[in-house]
Design a protein around this ligand. Structure first.
Ligand code: CA
Length: 512
C-alpha cells in the first residue's frame, strides 16, 4: 500500500510539474488569438528558442531543470511558433553552466539520461522542432581527463604523451596563458578552461567523432561557442575553422544548421561569413541595450535607421546567400525587457522589429514573458516563470545575486490576449506564414514621414509589402498597398479601408 501511494504521488508530481494541468495546447488556458496558416519551407530559416536546461523546467522535483521537463514543454514552445531549439551545453561539465566540458560523449546527469535526451529530440522532431546543441571545442575543463593527462606529460617533459598535443604548453609566460606548477598553458577565458590545440590532428579527429556522435543522436546542428578564440587575433583562420566544423557536420547531416558566436562588430562578422558561408553567425549588433533595435526607440529618424540596419544584417550574411542570425539578448547579456526599461510596449515592439529582419531569429527563454536579468551571469539565467504562484520554479543557478520578475508568468500571460507572450506568438506566426520575411530580397518605397517605413520583400517570385509605424502616435498612409494579410500593434489594431491604412503606435502591417 505504501508503495502504491508513493507511486501515485510520483505520478501526480509528474502531472503538475511546471504547473501544466489544463488540457489546452501547451498545458494552459489560452486567450483567443487569431492565427494565420503556416507556410514553412524545409530549410534552415526559422524561429529558434534558446534554452538553459538547468533553469527551464524540473520534472523530478530535485530543483534542477531537466530533459524530461523540456519535453513536457515542447507543445508550449511549438504553440508559440518556434521551429527550433538551441540548447546551451548539455554535455557533462564542471560548472553549473557546463561551458567547461569534462566529457563530450555524455549528457550531464543533472539534466537526465541519454535516453531522456534522445526521447526529447524525437518528441521535438515529431512536432516540427529542430534541435541544435552548444558545441564547445575552443577549450575543455581543466578537469577533463585529456587535460589532466596532458599537463602530467608536460610536467614529465614527455612531449609524446597521448594527450600532450591536445593543448598548447609553454615554458615561458605568454599572453592568454595560465600557470600551473612550472608550466604555462593557453587558457583564454580562465585558468580552468584550457584552450584546445586546434591544429592537432588528434584534436581534429576527436572533434569529428564528437560531431558524428551527436548527429547520430539526432541533433540538427550546433551552436559554436567562442568563435573568436579559436585562433585568437586571427579572424580569418578562426572563420576557416568554423567552415571546417560546418563541413564536418554537413558530412554527417547535409542539412545541418550551424551558428557561431562572434561577439564583434558587423564588419568582423562579415569576415566570418565570407570565409564560412555555410555557417550562420549571431548578429550581436542588433542585440542588447546599445544594439540597433533598442536604439531605434530613441532615434530621430527611426524608419531610415531600421531600414539601414535591416540591410546591414542582410548584407553581412552575404546578401542573403548565408543565413543571418539576429537576436535581442542571450545568456551572456542583459535581457531586453530590462534594456527597454520594462516598458511593456517597447518589450513587445522590440520583438516586432526583430521579427521583420531577414534570417533565423533567436529568442532567449523567458523573453516571451518579459523576464529581466542583468549583472552577474547567473542573474541572466534564472528560473523560468511558469506561473505567478512561484511554486513551479527550478532553483536559480548557483551564484545568483538578484532574481525578480517584471511581468506575469506564462499561465497568466497565456490567458491574456494582450500579453507580451501572445504578441510574441503572433510575431512568430506572421514569420511562419510569410516565408518572404526571413528570406526575401528587400526594397524600400519612398515615404515622406520619417516615422513610417514602407518596404517589400521578394522571395521565389512572391512579394509582400510591410508598413511599420515606429512612433508612439497613430499614423495614416494613403496608398494602394494590395490586400491586408496581417497586422500587429502593441495596443489595438491596424485597419485598411478604402486605400487608407491606419496604424496605431508601434505597429506593422503585411500586404500582398
Ligand atoms: Ca530535475
Amino acid at each position: 500500500m505504501k508503495k502504491l501511494i508513493a507511486l501515485l504521488l510520483a505520478f501526480m508530481i509528474v502531472l503538475t510539474a511546471c504547473g501544466s494541468s489544463a488540457d489546452t495546447a501547451g498545458g494552459y488556458t489560452m486567450a483567443e488569438v487569431t492565427l494565420l496558416e503556416e507556410n514553412i519551407p524545409d530549410d534552415n530559416y526559422g524561429n529558434y528558442y534558446e534554452i538553459f536546461v538547468y533553469s527551464f523546467c524540473d520534472s523530478d522535483g530535485d530543483g534542477i531543470g531537466d530533459f524530461n521537463g523540456v519535453t513536457s514543454k515542447l507543445d508550449y514552445i511549438r504553440d508559440l511558433g518556434y521551429t527550433g531549439i538551441w540548447f546551451m551545453p548539455i554535455t557533462e561539465g564542471y560548472s553549473y553552466h557546463k561551458y567547461d566540458v569534462t566529457d563530450y560523449y555524455a549528457v550531464d546527469s543533472q539534466f537526465g539520461t541519454m535516453e531522456d535526451f534522445e526521447n526529447l529530440v524525437s518528441e521535438a522532431h515529431a512536432r516540427g522542432i529542430k534541435i541544435i546543441i552548444d558545441l564547445v571545442v575552443n577549450h575543455t575543463s581543466s578537469e577533463h581527463p585529456w587535460f589532466k593527462s596532458a599537463i602530467q606529460s608536460a610536467w614529465d617533459g614527455d612531449t609524446s604523451g597521448e594527450y600532450y598535443d591536445y593543448y598548447n604548453f609553454s615554458d615561458t609566460a605568454l599572453d592568454g596563458y595560465s600557470y600551473y606548477d612550472g608550466i604555462y598553458y593557453e587558457a583564454r577565458f580562465t585558468y580552468s578552461m584550457p584552450d584546445l590545440n586546434l591544429d592537432s590532428e588528434n584534436v581534429r579527429a576527436e572533434i569529428e567523432n564528437i560531431i558524428e556522435f551527436w548527429i547520430g543522436k539526432g541533433v540538427d546542428g550546433f551552436r559554436l561557442d567562442a568563435c573568436t578564440s579559436f585562433y585568437t587575433g586571427d579572424y580569418t583562420k578562426s572563420a576557416e575553422f568554423c567552415a571546417w566544423l560546418t563541413d564536418v557536420a554537413q558530412e554527417y547531416n547535409p542539412d545541418a544548421f550551424v551558428v557561431g558566436e562572434v561577439w564583434e562588430s558587423d564588419s568582423i562578422v562579415k569576415t566570418y561569413y565570407e570565409n564560412a558561408p555555410e555557417t550562420s553567425f549571431f548578429a550581436f549588433s542588433v542585440s542588447q541595450q546599445e544594439g540597433y533595435i533598442n536604439m531605434t526607440f530613441s532615434n530621430a529618424y527611426p524608419a531610415n535607421y531600421f531600414w539601414t540596419y535591416a540591410n546591414t544584417v542582410y548584407k553581412t550574411a552575404n546578401s542573403g546567400e548565408s543565413i543571418a542570425a539576429p537576436f535581442l539578448d542571450n545568456h551572456d547579456t542583459g535581457r531586453i525587457a530590462g534594456s527597454v526599461g520594462r516598458d511593456e510596449n517597447k518589450v513587445k515592439f522590440a520583438y516586432g522589429m526583430l521579427s521583420l529582419l531577414n534570417g533565423t531569429t533567436f529568442t532567449y527563454y523567458g523573453d516571451e514573458i518579459g523576464m529581466v536579468g542583468s549583472g552577474d551571469d547567473p542573474n541572466k539565467r534564472i528560473a523560468m516563470l511558469w506561473d505567478n504562484s512561484g511554486e513551479n520554479l527550478t532553483d536559480n543557478p548557483p551564484g545568483t545575486t538578484s532574481a525578480s520578475y517584471a511581468f506575469d508568468g506564462v499561465e497568466e500571460q497565456y490567458a491574456d490576449e494582450t500579453s507580451i507572450l501572445n504578441y510574441y506568438k503572433r510575431c512568430n506566426n506572421i514569420r511562419n506564414a510569410f516565408p518572404e520575411i526571413a528570406r526575401g530580397e528587400m526594397k524600400m518605397t519612398y515615404y515622406s514621414d520619417m516615422d513610417v517605413l514602407i518596404f517589400s520583400k521578394t522571395w521565389e517570385d512572391s512579394t509582400i509589402t510591410i508598413v511599420v509605424n515606429f512612433s508612439t502616435e497613430e499614423k495614416t498612409v494613403e496608398m494602394d498597398l494590395g490586400e491586408l494579410q496581417a497586422e500587429l500593434a502593441v495596443e489595438g489594431n491596424a485597419t485598411y479601408e478604402n486605400g487608407v491604412l491606419t496604424l496605431p503606435m508601434y505597429a506593422f502591417a503585411v500586404f500582398k
